[in-house]
Design a protein around this ligand. Structure first.
Ligand SMILES: O=C(CO)COP(=O)(O)O
Length: 250
């Protein structure tokens, strides 16, 4: 009932030339049409990616945005700019933004609200550090993040949000959460959504797992009841790997 969504987060990788090469390779491959496919590219590649993918069913996302529409915010990109390009998804609150660039839940909440107002679907990231997991604080951490990040998001809008559970200790480390641990946290998130909204809406929200997802573990992860997609970094940067992730059912 929830359409699976596989998103490749390219992070700070690929020039425009490299973007075009990779996307041409990806579009030449046979990709499952029943899976929603997103490539989340650097801002500099967004225009070229949208143009190259205009006749394909692969959607383009960006990795961040500011919440204001315009103004004196040197170095920032606005939702109007993303709209103008035809960007459908934006990652908000990735742990790298939180940890390296000091983004807090208040800023992230403003970005989520602004993206929704401009009809861009947020992929809202949450997840705990290794220390928090070792102290069994993962649920408390994710609960606090989501309560604050989703503040004032209406019932009408919550189903447009994709939530990505990305335990920080599993990102880029080759250490994946076990599929059972990932499912347990995604189920916890769905139950929280039931509490914040209601059962019917919570059942509609798509929840992704992210953190060292690879072609060889994607099927096991995607089999889980509360996991509806994957947000993939490293493995999404090679065309055949991206195709294998999208084709997790084959
Ligand atoms: O941060 C991630 C996706 O947003 C996960 O990255 P890796 O797949 O490289 O671990």
């Amino acid at each position: 009932m929830r359409k699976p969504i596989i998103a490749g987060n390219w992070k700070m990788n690929n020039t425009v030339t490299e973007t075009l090469t990779l996307l041409k390779e990806i579009t030449s491959l046979d990709l499952d049409k029943e899976v929603e496919k997103v490539v989340v590219v650097p801002f500099t590649s967004a225009y070229s990616a949208v143009d190259l993918l205009k006749d394909s069913d692969i959607k383009v996302g960006c990795q961040n945005m500011y919440y204001e529409e315009s103004g004196a915010y040197t170095g920032e990109i606005s939702p109007l700019m993303l709209n103008d390009l035809g960007i459908e998804y934006v990652i908000i609150g990735h742990s790298e933004r939180r940890e390296i660039f000091g983004e807090d839940d208040n800023l992230i909440n403003n970005k989520v609200i602004s993206a929704l107002k401009h009809n861009i679907n947020p992929i809202l990231c949450c997840g705990e550090t290794l220390e928090e997991r070792e102290n069994n604080k993962q649920e408390e951490k994710v609960r606090n993040q989501l309560i604050n990040d989703l503040k004032d998001v209406s019932a009408e809008d919550i189903t447009k949000v994709v939530i990505a559970y990305e335990p920080i200790w599993a990102i880029g480390t080759g250490k994946t959460a076990s599929s059972n641990d990932a499912e347990e946290m995604c189920k916890f998130i769905r139950n929280l959504l039931k509490e914040l909204y209601n059962e019917e809406l919570a059942e509609k929200v798509r929840i992704q797992y992210g953190g060292s997802v690879k072609p060889n573990n994607v099927s096991e992860i995607m089999e889980k009841e509360n996991i509806d997609g994957a947000l993939v970094g490293g493995a999404s940067l090679k065309a055949d790997n991206y195709a294998a992730l999208v084709n997790f059912r084959r």
